[in-house]
Design a protein around this ligand. Structure first.
Ligand code: PAF
Length: 284
């Protein structure tokens, strides 16, 4: 495995491999890797000849500078995990390498990016699209892998690829990876104290319970059940919970409105912002 820090070096390496007919898989990350990322890399390794993992904390997607400053940075440990998983390249550029000048491009995929995270984190998805589109142009992968924990991000990236056409690039969504007790894996979990981690467990517990509840209750009742559970749980502050169509990300009123219903939640646990989601009806 090779650690590469410049675009030029990465492109030289990848051009040589591409000319030999090798397929390239890309796993974009912001580092602080955990088993959730490992599952993306495993999948990418099984489906491509060469896997590139980008490890870059992208400043343009943070609307809260404090959040950016506190984001964990663990390149050495990341490289160890990626070597074990069989990645060929870790691309860990500097901010100046990626943004030699401010990126003034504007991406707008309304209404996908105006709801939920888009409402609470203005500019976030614009920053995500800036970095992800740059990575697609630099790496020119055949496939790119993203976790379903960031459900809205995945929908927006799919739409960006549909509209911009990155040469047949396939976007692969991979299931959420959870701890044995249900907590969705996230780089932010590292910032939870032991007590906060206990509190955070109520997020997935409530979502799982809501799936059973939903089978005999309406969308509105399920919505109220989740809100009430989180609001009365110790140490949690609900930012939003929405039950949406998994493709359009618009709220549904009745279960019959869609064949793909997903509940998306964001909760503060202390000052750590956690997101999670659950599928009530799955798209086949
Ligand atoms: O999901 C993430 O970790 C980031 O948003 C991504 C896709 C790597 C872009 O910085």
């Amino acid at each position: 495995m090779k650690l590469v820090q410049t675009i030029k070096e990465l492109q030289t390496e990848l051009d040589a491999l591409r000319s030999k007919g090798k397929t390239i898989g890309l796993v974009p990350t912001m580092g602080a890797l955990h088993a959730g990322h490992a599952s993306l890399v495993k999948r990418a390794v099984s489906e491509n000849d060469v896997v590139v993992v980008s490890d870059f904390v992208n400043p343009t997607q943070f609307n809260d500078k404090n959040d950016l400053a506190k984001y964990p940075r663990t390149l050495e440990a990341d490289c160890e995990l990626l070597r074990k998983e069989g990645a060929a390249f870790v691309f860990a550029p500097s901010v100046e390498e990626i943004y030699p000048e401010p990126d003034t491009r504007q991406f707008s995929y309304a209404p996908l990016d105006t709801v939920m995270e888009g409402k609470f984190r203005p500019g976030h998805f614009n920053g995500v699209c800036q970095i992800v589109s740059k990575l697609f142009m630099i790496v020119q992968p055949h496939r790119a892998y993203f976790g379903e924990k960031d459900f809205q991000q995945l929908a927006i990236i799919r739409e960006m690829v549909r509209q911009m056409d990155f040469g047949g690039l396939k976007i692969v969504g991979c299931p959420i990876v959870r701890e044995a007790d249900g907590l969705a894996l996230s780089s932010r979990n590292a910032r939870l104290s032991a007590a906060e981690r206990e509190h955070a467990l109520n997020i997935s517990k409530t979502l799982f319970a809501s799936r059973i509840f939903a089978s005999s209750h309406s969308v509105a009742e399920t919505q109220r059940m989740v809100e009430a559970e989180i609001e009365q749980a110790e140490g949690l502050r609900l930012e939003y919970f929405e039950i949406v169509d998994g493709t359009t990300l618009q709220k549904i009123a009745n279960w019959e409105d869609t064949d793909y219903a997903v509940g998306c939640i964001t909760v503060f646990c202390g000052d750590v912002r956690l997101i999670d989601n659950i599928k009530y009806k799955e798209k086949l």
